[in-house]
Write a protein that binds this ligand. Structure first.
Ligand SMILES: C[S@@+](CC[C@H](N)C(=O)[O-])C[C@H]1O[C@@H](n2cnc3c(N)ncnc32)[C@H](O)[C@@H]1O
Length: 227
């Protein structure tokens, strides 16, 4: 959920996207057509984040990826393309209409065999999965559950695998003074970032692209140098 709140200024962002994420931008335009007609929101990961994730997928030799929050299938499609024909993506979406649009988009792109869209609340679906089933987890769904997705992720992602979390700049509000009637999603992200930074089994950082992409490597043996 990133395109409208870039962490860097618009000119630098445009430079990066024009020079380093054109295919991802074109794919977004293509997939957005059906989503717009169906009245879905324009809150997917940003093209420059899609490119960064593709690089991580390839560098880490990811074969199976778990995508939490499908919407119209943009992040799932990008992951599937990065994984290649032998890779598999499982994408979880609670909203049946979103899942339907995503499935139609993935079918049109010839990616339906590579992406399984599960229509269910993500945490429940994750709790039913076997451990160590994935090498990468991407989280971009309800912010209140980010910490829960992270904990399930430590079980579901293999040792040395990757996790990524969109919107860790809290829609640009991360460093605003907390106010009384704060958006609960902003408060959830603030609390989540503290847990991510201190998690004994995740070595993490934030890539300042899109609305902030938290990324981490899972270390099943607890890290010793954490505070
Ligand atoms: C920001 S959008 C995902 C965008 C997508 N990752 C992309 O970049 O193309 C968030 C999605 O998460 C879904 N969602 C919200 N809460 C959820 C939950 N508890 N379980 C599964 N999906 C959920 C929403 O319906 C929405 O489609």
């Amino acid at each position: 959920m990133s395109e409208s709140t870039p962490a860097i200024g618009r000119p630098l962002l445009d430079y990066i996207v024009e020079n380093f994420a054109q295919p991802e931008r074109e794919l977004l335009h293509r997939m957005w057509r059906r989503a717009q007609q169906a009245g879905l929101p324009h809150i997917m990961i940003a093209p420059e984040q899609a490119r960064a994730l593709a690089i991580l997928v390839k560098a880490a030799g990811v074969r199976r990826a778990l995508d939490v929050g499908t919407l119209f299938g943009y992040s799932a499609a990008n992951l599937a393309l990065a994984l290649g024909p032998r890779g598999r993506v499982v994408s979880i979406e609670v909203d049946a209409r979103h899942a339907e649009v995503a499935r139609a988009n993935l079918e049109e792109l010839g990616l339906a065999q590579r992406v399984e869209v599960i229509c269910a609340p993500a945490l429940e679906a994750m709790q039913r999965m076997d451990g160590d089933a994935f090498e990468l987890l991407l989280v971009d769904a309800d912010k209140a559950n980010y910490a829960n997705y992270m904990e399930e992720g430590v079980r579901l992602v293999k040792d040395g695998g990757l996790m990524a979390f969109d919107n860790v700049f809290a829609f640009g509000s991360l460093l605003d003074k907390p106010k009384e009637n704060e958006d609960p999603d902003v408060a959830a992200i603030r609390a989540f970032n503290v847990r991510l930074a201190r998690h004994p089994k995740i070595q993490a950082t934030i890539l300042p692209i899109g609305d902030g992409l938290g990324v981490g490597v899972v270390n099943k043996a607890p890290l010793l140098h954490k505070p």
